[in-house]
Every structure is written in structure tokens, then in C-alpha cells.
Write a protein that binds this ligand. Structure first.
Ligand SMILES: Nc1nc2c(c(=O)[nH]1)N[C@H]1C(S)=C(S)[C@@H](COP(=O)(O)O)O[C@H]1N2
Ligand SMILES: [Mo]
Length: 602
């Protein structure tokens, strides 16, 4: 009698591949559910946990790139990891198949359903047809139910019931819900997440169900193919080849995706390191550096030529820099059901809906923002006209903060939170903004409402706010628990927008050096440009800013000489503080140093 026998390695491989395929599809379904029904996205939860575990310096690199592509790589990396966990669970499940312990009843039902749907079976009846496809009394499990004969291998146990897949899914679900999620701080079944317990359970159950069924489907398909191959006297060559090539293709595909992801991260890492070196000698700059000029310079306002490459003074909404912690998608909040709660250490907590909030008196102000992970000369800086309700008014409406209150915490729809000091919260320019450049706040910038808090970095400008809580103790926000500054005042900076290292300059032909300078809420009194590595400085013309809270456009006419030139810029704020030339990475307080570029004229 012919028997098929699979080695442990083969059995593991079958389960692993089946788990991988089912895991990929289940993971895609998970993402789909997270977008459509606000289901839980485990890669998002684990990504957030992972960034908290890493030492801040190790994560610095990734945060530098957040808003760019790196966070997506992190996300896809974790997604690949999740698929591998599915695959591993499939391999182990097949290897240590606990099927024999599953009741005969569920086996029978599962086997019936299996036959009904797929009409595929594997049988070793002595009709010399080891494999056939078609309806028959014996199902794929008839073999298992038969007592195992002496010397016979038990490969057929690799055929799984639907119920077996569901048991595996249940096991994974229990592990996730009661072990892994609580370990990340998300609570049992992710109860602490804003997605909500009901939506978590529903989405996990759907994903689990689909994974379990697909796993059994792929597993049995593979066993069938492998058995055919082994007993292959009557195999259909075409089918067999298709089986092998599909397996090979999938395996190679996964490998390729994984390697590409790693490659891109490595490439980014290498190139980011090389671009941070500055063409200007630090010694010079530091030697001559005076931290403060008293009295502060009087700004040199004047007309600015509209030169190509210079930032628009007001950034259009579509071009405003975008940063969020969210690895996959930002929350889409429904303004019709959304409301904002003011609570904590206040006399009368209350809740307003969007219409009620919009009806309150609003204030318009130009304000520029900068991300704390922006490097000197970087692009995570923009300016807009905002409109919103002063936070002080909202707190006053609640009877004001109680004595002893020290901080205000802002909670958002994406499980992000941050705090600001009460004194900062009460400043008249701290707003809960509903509008941006005369439009409803765009979704990506925090619709329905975001915080504006001039003078401190972008991370404190909490988007998609749901709750504002006055507290009487310290509170560390999302980025603070990852090593970043809590007070987070903006560090004075200036950026050369034009020319760039790739601009084709003509020697002897006048052009303009131009850019922006920003201090948060301390204004800009002067911007200087040096063409000799900081030995001498020329004063640029400043465009009178739209408010005391915005960046300032600056410009200097310049006639390049043939060859290369190095251009360096520095700013001075309205208090006379001079931009710090010491190079500092963004972590933990924001970057410092001077922006320098090397250009060539011919
Ligand atoms: N809810 C929420 N608010 C958030 C963030 C976030 O991830 N979630 N990111 C912060 C960071 S780090 C920055 S720099 C600003 C960016 O705002 P923007 O995308 O409108 O430019 O939003 C801040 N507010
Ligand atoms: Mo940021």
C-alpha cells in the first residue's frame, strides 16, 4: 500500500506557507477594516509601542523622517512582521497539530462542509487512484478517523478541519487581546484605544475568522499538492507545475518586499548621515558668536523681489507641511457626531458639538509652525492664517481653572495627547482653531479642531482634539514619553530657500539670496548672510511680517563670482538673541546650527 509521508520540515513548511498566505490576506483585511469601520490596526498599535521602547536616540533617526517616508517603512516592516507571526503560528500549528483532541462532532461537520464547498479530497483507498477530485463518500478526514496502522505515516493529519483553523484563530485572538495588547499599554482587547472596545472585538473577530478559514484552505491545498507530487504517478503535470510556481512566486515575493524595505531604510540611513555635514568651519562661527545683542537691531524692512524658489509668505493648505505619528492613516473625524469636552480641574465641565463651538467668538491670526524634528534648513515649517476660539475663553466658560491647576492636557482622536502649561494655555494667542487660510480645517491638519500654541514646537499643536483636561499635576505627552522636550520652545532658525546647490548660476550676473527666518513668537530683527564662512556678514532686507507669530521673508542681492561659493545665513530675534551656531540634532530640544549651502557659478 502506498503512503504519503512528510518530514517534520515539510509539515512545518506547509503550515508556514499557508499561515503566510492567510496572514497576508487577513492583514490586508485588517487595514481595510481600520479605514472603513474604525477597526483596530495592530501594526499601528505595535508601531507606537515599539517607538516608545526604543531609546530616544535610536528613534531619533526615524522621527527625523516622520512626515516623510520613514514612518511608512516602519509600518510596512511591522506589517511584514505580523504576517511572519501568522506564518509561524501556522507552521507550529501544523507541526504540533492538536487536531486529534478536537471532538469528532466538529470534525464531522467540518469535513462535510469542506466536501460540499470544495469537493476536493485526498484518499488512500486501494483503487490505485491516490488522488481524485470529485464527490465521494469518504472525505479528507475519513483517513484520520481510521485507526492508524502499524508502520503507516500520519501525514494525513496535515489535513485540517475548518474548526482547527478557527481554534488557531481563537488562540491568536486570545493572545493578542489578553496578553500582547495589555503589554503595550493598550488595555485588555485594546480597551484604552480610541477605536473602542466594541470595534476592536468586532474587527479582530472578523480578521480571525477569515484568517482561520483561509489558513485551512491553503493548508489543505498544499497537502493535496504535496501528496500528489509524492505519489505522482497519476499527477496532472500542469497542475503540479502551477502549484510549485505559485509557491515559489509567493515566497520570492515576500522575500523581495522584506529585502526592499530593509534596503530602503539602510539607504535612507546612509544618505541622511552624509547630508548633515556642513561646509562651514564651526570654529570660526563659534569664536565670533555673541549670544545677545543689546539693544536689539532695528529691523531693516523693505520691498522683496519675488524670486523663484523663495517660500510663499502664506503656505497654501495643500502645501502646508504634514506631520503625524500615525503610521498608516490619520483619523477621519465625523464633524456631525464629534464633540469637544472641557473637563478636569474646572468648576463646570461641559461638552460642545461642532455647531456650538463654531458659534463662539473667533479670532484670526497668522502663525507659522515648525516641527521639533525639523533640521536646520529643513522643510517642516509653514505659515497660515488661522481662525479659532481662544483656549482661555473655553476654560472661562467652564468657570476657569481651579486653584492648584498647573497644566492643560489635550487628547486627540488618534490616541495622541500632549500638555501645555496653564500659563501658556491662557495666552490670548493660544487658540482652538477651526479654520485655516479661510477654509474649514483640512482633515490632515486636524479637522474638526486643533490647538494653536505659538512659540512652541508643532508637536504641541494637537490635531483632531476630542477632550481638553485641566490637571494639577505633570503630564507627559506622546513625544515626551519618547524622550522629547516638554516645554519645547522654538529655537531661532533661518533657511536659505534660493539659490540651491543645483541652481545654475551665471558668474557676474546679479541674482538674489533669499529665504525665511523664524523664532516662534519672538519676531525677527535681522538676518545676515556670510560668503566667507562667518568672517563677515551682510544684512539682508526683511519683508515686514504678517504678524509677530510668523516667519519673516528675507533677501539679499548678490553677484556670484566664477567657481564655488558657500552661503551661510543667521537670524537675530526681536529680543536681540542671535541664532545658535552650535550644531545640535533635533532630539531632544529641536535642532540648532546655521544653514549653509555650496553653489557653483560659471
Ligand atoms: N493628534 C495629533 N496631533 C498632532 C500630531 C499627531 O501625530 N497627532 N503630530 C504633531 C506634530 S509632531 C506636528 S509637527 C504637528 C504638525 O501639524 P501639521 O501636520 O498641521 O503641519 O501636529 C502635531 N499634532
Ligand atoms: Mo512635530
Amino acid at each position: 500500500m502506498q503512503t504519503t509521508s512528510f518530514s517534520r520540515k515539510q509539515r512545518f513548511r506547509h503550515g508556514f506557507l499557508a499561515g503566510l498566505l492567510a496572514g497576508i490576506l487577513a492583514s490586508l483585511l485588517m487595514l481595510l477594516l481600520s479605514i472603513t469601520i474604525n477597526g483596530i490596526s495592530l501594526p499601528e498599535v505595535f508601531g507606537s509601542f515599539f517607538t516608545q521602547l526604543l531609546p530616544p536616540t535610536a528613534f531619533d533617526y526615524l522621527h527625523l523622517k516622520i512626515g516623510g517616508d520613514a514612518k511608512h517603512y516602519l509600518f510596512y516592516g511591522i506589517l511584514v512582521g505580523q504576517c511572519l507571526v501568522f506564518a509561524l503560528s501556522g507552521g507550529l500549528w501544523t507541526l504540533y497539530n492538536p487536531e486529534t483532541k478536537i471532538t469528532v462532532g466538529t470534525r464531522f461537520i467540518a469535513s462535510m462542509i469542506y466536501q460540499r464547498i470544495f469537493q476536493a479530497k485526498y484518499t488512500s483507498k486501494a483503487d490505485n487512484k491516490m488522488i481524485n477530485r470529485g464527490r465521494d463518500e469518504s472525505g479528507p478526514y475519513s483517513e484520520i478517523n481510521r485507526p492508524v496502522q502499524q508502520g503507516e505515516t500520519t501525514d494525513v493529519q496535515e489535513f485540517l478541519h475548518w474548526s482547527s483553523g478557527l481554534y488557531l484563530a481563537l488562540l491568536l485572538l486570545l493572545l493578542t487581546g489578553f496578553v500582547f495588547l495589555p503589554l503595550t499599554g493598550a488595555g485588555i482587547l485594546g480597551a484604552n484605544l480610541t477605536t473602542g472596545l466594541a470595534s476592536n472585538i468586532l474587527s479582530l473577530a472578523i480578521v480571525g475568522l477569515i484568517f482561520g478559514l483561509l489558513f485551512v484552505y491553503f493548508q489543505n491545498g498544499q497537502v493535496l499538492r504535496a501528496a500528489r507530487k509524492q505519489q505522482g504517478k497519476e499527477i496532472d503535470e500542469g497542475v503540479e507545475e502551477a502549484g510549485i510556481s505559485r509557491r515559489t512566486v509567493v515566497g520570492t515575493g515576500i522575500l523581495a518586499v522584506g529585502l526592499t524595505t530593509l534596503g530602503i531604510i539602510a539607504f535612507r540611513f546612509i544618505t541622511s548621515g552624509s547630508s548633515s555635514s556642513s561646509p562651514v568651519s564651526r570654529g570660526n562661527l563659534l569664536q565670533q558668536y555673541k549670544t545677545k545683542i543689546t539693544p536689539p537691531p532695528k529691523p531693516n524692512y523693505g520691498p522683496i523681489q519675488p524670486v523663484p524658489g523663495l517660500s510663499a509668505e502664506v503656505t497654501p493648505n495643500g502645501q502646508y507641511y504634514l506631520v503625524s505619528k500615525n503610521l498608516f492613516t490619520d483619523p477621519v473625524v465625523n464633524g456631525k457626531t464629534w464633540n469637544l469636552t472641557i473637563t478636569g480641574e474646572v468648576a463646570q465641565p461641559y461638552t460642545l458639538n461642532y455647531a456650538q463651538l463654531s458659534a463662539l467668538p473667533m479670532k484670526k491670526q497668522y502663525e507659522s509652525m515648525m516641527c521639533i524634528s525639523n533640521e536646520v534648513g529643513g522643510q517642516y515649517m509653514s505659515n497660515a492664517l488661522w481662525e479659532g476660539i481662544p483656549l482661555a475663553d473655553l476654560l472661562q466658560k467652564a468657570g476657569g481653572p481651579k486653584t492648584g491647576a498647573s497644566k492643560v492636557v489635550l487628547y486627540a482622536a488618534d490616541d495622541y495627547s500632549d500638555s501645555i502649561h496653564l500659563s501658556k494655555a491662557l495666552e490670548p494667542t493660544t487658540l482652538v482653531a477651526l479654520r485655516m487660510n479661510d477654509e474649514t480645517l483640512p482633515q490632515g491638519h486636524g479637522y474638526p479642531a486643533r490647538l494653536l500654541v505659538p512659540g512652541i514646537y508643532g508637536m504641541k499643536h494637537v490635531k483632531w482634539i476630542t477632550r481638553i483636561e485641566v490637571v494639577n499635576q505633570d503630564y507627559q505627552g506622546y513625544w515626551q514619553t519618547r524622550g522629547w522636550s516638554d516645554p519645547a520652545p522654538i529655537r531661532l532658525t533661518s533657511r536659505i530657500d534660493t539659490p540651491t546647490s543645483t541652481t545654475a548660476l551665471q558668474a557676474g550676473k546679479q541674482t538674489y539670496i533669499a529665504g525665511v527666518a523664524f523664532s516662534g513668537n519672538k519676531g525677527i530683527s535681522e538676518v545676515d548672510v556670510s560668503l566667507d564662512g562667518g568672517q563677515s556678514w551682510q544684512r539682508a532686507t526683511l519683508k515686514q511680517p504678517l504678524s509677530a507669530l510668523t516667519w519673516v521673508l528675507w533677501e539679499l542681492p548678490w553677484t556670484p563670482t566664477a567657481g564655488t561659493s558657500t552661503i551661510t545665513a543667521r537670524a537675530i530675534d526681536m529680543e536681540g538673541n542671535v541664532q545658535d551656531p552650535a550644531i545640535a540634532d533635533p532630539l531632544p530640544d529641536g535642532a540648532s546650527g546655521y544653514h549653509s549651502i555650496t553653489v557653483t557659478a560659471s
